[in-house]
Design a protein. Sequence first.
Length: 177
Amino acid sequence: MEVTFRESWGVLHGLIFGALFLLSFSGGIVGLYSLRPEFLTAEGLKERMARMKVWVASMAAIVWATVITGTYIVYPWYRAKPGADVTDLSAYPRSLLLSAANTAEWHKFGMEFKEHVAWIAPIAATVVAYVIAVYGPQLIKEPKIRKALMNFFVVAFTAAAIAGVLGAFITKAAPIH
């Protein structure tokens, strides 16, 4: 089995960065949920907040890495245009998808949706990381803000999950070689 240079970037983008963000989501949401006065002592809160600040900042950095590598490294290879004399479109994923009626929607809906919606994930994750970094232990007394942060996390997860699923199906239909 051989993995090309471009395929290795696709693996880094989707299977490593993307999957790492999606898997770490549960830790972030549970951490926010458990910031309740009845669950923590003062010492426990101090320890929990230090860990959460690092956790959510790392999650935000990972999802930024996912979107940036997808947008500026993998996506240009996907969008490459074949020359007029090219008949084998296997090296041109976008053109390959658009060349057949049964795969054109993968680009028209899937990729167009993915390339825009994916940017919601790092923005929402950064909002969570920023609020936790700034307000820290005060969040234990603010259930409405905690709930809002959990909602932002769910939005980030949902956007990343949709983008990931669409990306997996698109890559299956038209891989980047």
